[in-house]
Write a protein that binds this ligand. Structure first.
Ligand code: ADP
Ligand code: MG
Length: 701
């Protein structure tokens, strides 16, 4: 018999095909199970009734009790037409405003009866109001709100517009729970419930939707969070151990001429952190297992060097390497940088990007196939199907956060044997996130910058201080320094953003006139020759100023640039700001990062800017970022970048549960690596369900 939980949601009494479609489209709910696992994201203590006089604009959802004294329908155009009910308690008056279902509400509301209303207060034209509150007769006995805590479910504009209130969802949920009562089969092993003192699944689901009390609610939340993170970790760890066992790695035991020659010719000494990471990689290369390593290191910590030395090891053992960067600019820079570094070796390198000409491409492909090229640098063009290697032994993905995991696995499948993989990122990922995102990788960290770097001084200014900034820029240019000016570029506001950049560029060339001053400009709308030309102008030191969109965010290395001016800094995220700041402070000169913002800032933006001014430590910033933003938020407006949807856990807050669940998963795998024990049967079932649910995350950018 099919499980009740797999029933389509349209069969739930009261739902029907039309609403089912809406639930599906807006919330992805298709089955009873989906609905049951659609959790409230907040709870409201419905025993508390506020007085109107207590209301403050900052309040979230609250409950009021009072009388409707007057009902007016205002406006006649469809868009502005609304019903305003004047609602009164002994302490004050508030307007209840309805734009939809006006006729229905008008008939339903009875003046001078007592109501309970529930909604979010706000001010409109200085009048206190509540738009589309829930409203019910105060005497009404409502079977749903038996508990003290009312769950508030995530919603969308469309759902609200279609009259899908929170109350409605709660009603469906109540029906659903009753129906499914006897159909829940436990999703964790009995011994786990016992070990971890967890509520049973049916108690958990009952209480997550309709909590008996706060204590039971938190037990229910704990069980769901634990379960969610536990299965995630179990699946990642299992994947990792399977891979470690089955993926035979190419053995690269030799440290040969290329490596040694380059090492001796280095103009500087490797930092201890770089040496340590190279050692860690060496161990992987001789282990006989395929390496899958994430290299984290703050901007400017010298990750490229690690990649190159590993590529040299591969070459010394007769294998080709491939180093993939997210932008043409960056790939070009890696390529050019390597030429000098590898001067004294026998290594042959090449560059492949989207703008490599067909003729060059043909030659390059041949050389790759016959082994004439040792290291291929490039953009994602290198993973296109027609790119074939003779024997790819090592692949690097630089700035991983720009690539999808999908691309990572494409690289893997280039040859007969899997190459060793090194994923490099300058976005310091907090531990909790790394455990989730990259739970199947080994992690190395460069936690030391090359000597002689001075911390970048970060200042905050507002838009009306342009004259002072110009003065400062002149001083710096006189000292022989170069300056970045960066504009935000966001898809949704692309047109405006380009306009801002163009205007900014115009006022710079107006103020800093050629030929005394040369200003380069780089953005995504340019032809790639123009981009390369201007980039070169700046990189070679001929241009004093570079006006750019955030394309320069990753990797560009111009040691002589000592000033980074970020326009509309409030529109960037913390880690982006930090990345940008990392573009300066690479030479030994004193360097500056100037964050320009509008005069008025939201609390959150102000916090971000202040944090930037107070620390240079990328990891500290990343932790703060995660705390402030959370990895993705409930309304689904922010892309979380996570390989799975976390329904209830919050990585910023639940790291303890995450660690605990990871340890627990590890212990289980140690006893039963393939999860075949009878007592773990439910683990196996749940894991396969999890796999089915994993979303396609190749889109992450
Ligand atoms: P990132 O980790 O941000 O990719 P890069 O690899 O681009 O950093 O290195 C930044 C700069 O530091 C480059 O100019 C590089 O040549 C230089 N560099 C790397 N390692 C060292 C070192 N050990 N000592 C001095 N400079 C170094
Ligand atoms: Mg780099």
């Amino acid at each position: 018999m099919p499980n009740m939980l797999e029933s389509e949601i349209k069969y739930l009494p009261g739902v029907g095909p039309k609403r089912a479609e809406l639930l599906n489209k807006e919330l992805g709910i298709k089955t009873y199970r989906d609905m049951l696992y659609f959790f409230p994201f907040r709870y409201i203590d419905r025993t508390k009734i506020y007085s109107i006089s207590e209301i403050e604009p900052s309040m979230s959802y609250i409950q009021l009790r009072g009388k409707v004294t007057r009902v007016n329908v205002i406006g006649d155009k469809p868009r502005s037409k609304r019903l305003v009910a004047t609602f009164q308690d002994p302490t004050g008056i508030i307007d209840l405003v309805f734009f939809q279902r006006i006729k229905w509400i008008k008939e339903w509301i009875k003046p001078n009866s007592e109501y309970i209303v529930f909604g979010k207060p706000s001010y409109f034209n200085q009048v206190l109001n509540m738009v589309h509150p829930e409203i019910e007769l105060a005497t009404e006995e409502n079977p749903i709100y038996v508990g003290n805590m009312l769950g508030v479910y995530p919603s969308t504009e469309r759902l609200k517009k279609s009259g899908f209130s929170n109350k409605q969802i709660a009603k469906f949920m109540a029906t659903l729970l009753k129906r499914c009562q006897n159909s829940f089969s436990e999703t964790l092993p009995t011994y786990t419930l016992f070990d971890k003192k967890l509520l049973s699944l049916s108690e958990t689901l009952q209480n997550i939707h309709f909590p008996k009390d706060i204590k039971t609610l938190s037990q229910a939340q704990y069980r769901l969070k634990f379960e969610e993170l536990f299965y995630l970790q179990l699946s990642l760890l299992k994947q990792k151990s399977t891979r470690e066992k089955s993926n035979i790695g190419i053995k690269m035991g030799r440290v040969g001429n290329n490596f040694n020659t380059c090492f001796k010719a280095l103009p500087f000494e490797l930092t201890n952190a770089q040496k340590r990471v190279i050692k860690e990689i060496r161990q992987d290369l001789v282990s006989g297992r395929q390496m899958n390593r994430l290299l984290q290191g703050d901007v400017g910590s010298g990750k490229t060097m690690v990649a190159i030395f590993t590529a040299l090891l591969a070459a010394d053992n007769g294998y080709q390497s491939c180093i993939m960067a997210p932008t043409e600019v960056l790939a070009g820079q890696h390529y050019k940088g390597s030429l000098k570094l590898l001067e004294k070796t026998n290594i042959k390198t090449a560059l492949l990007t989207g703008s490599t000409k067909a003729k060059e491409r043909k030659i390059l492909f041949e050389e790759l196939l016959n082994g004439g090229i040792d290291i291929l640098f490039g953009t994602h063009a290198v993973i296109e199907e027609n790119v074939q290697f003779k024997n790819l032994g090592f692949a690097v993905i630089d700035e991983q956060h720009r690539f999808g995991v999908d691309q990572r696995s494409k690289l893997w499948s280039k040859g007969d044997t899997l190459p060793h993989i090194l994923v490099m990122t300058a976005t310091p990922i907090p531990r909790t996130l790394a455990m989730t995102l990259y739970g199947d990788l080994d992690v190395s960290i460069i936690d030391e910058l090359p000597p002689g770097r001075k911390p970048v001084k970060t200042l905050h200014t507002t838009d009306n201080q342009t004259d002072r900034i110009y003065l400062f820029m002149r001083e710096q240019i006189k000292k022989g320094r170069q300056i970045f000016i960066v504009y935000p570029l966001i898809k949704e506001s692309e047109k405006m953003d380009y306009k801002n950049l163009q205007e900014g560029y115009m006022s710079i060339i107006e103020e800093f006139k050629a030929p005394e001053f040369i200003t380069a400009v780089v953005h995504g709308k340019q032809k790639s020759q123009d981009k390369a030309h201007d980039m070169e102008l700046f990189a070679s030191g001929k241009a004093h100023i570079l006006v750019a969109t955030s394309v320069i965010e990753v990797g560009v290395d111009i040691p002589n640039a000592s000033v980074m001016i970020i326009e509309s800094a409030e529109r960037f995220g913390l880690s982006q700001l930090h990345q940008l700041r990392g573009r300066v402070g690479r030479g030994a000169e004193e360097s500056w990062c100037i964050l320009k913002t509008g005069y008025k800032l939201s609390k959150e933006s102000r916090q971000r800017i202040e944090l930037m001014c107070s620390t240079n430590d990328g990891f500290e910033l990343a932790e703060a970022d995660l705390r402030m933003r959370g990895p993705g938020n409930m309304e689904g407006t922010q892309q979380s970048g996570l390989p799975v949807d976390l329904k209830i856990s919050n990585l910023a807050k639940d790291f303890q549960i995450l660690e605990e669940s990871r340890r627990y998963a590890q212990a289980i795998l140690e006893q039963d690596p393939l999860i075949t024990d009878e007592k773990n049967r439910v683990l196996k079932t749940s894991l396969s369900l999890l796999k089915r649910e994993q979303k396609d995350y190749s889109q992450i950018s």
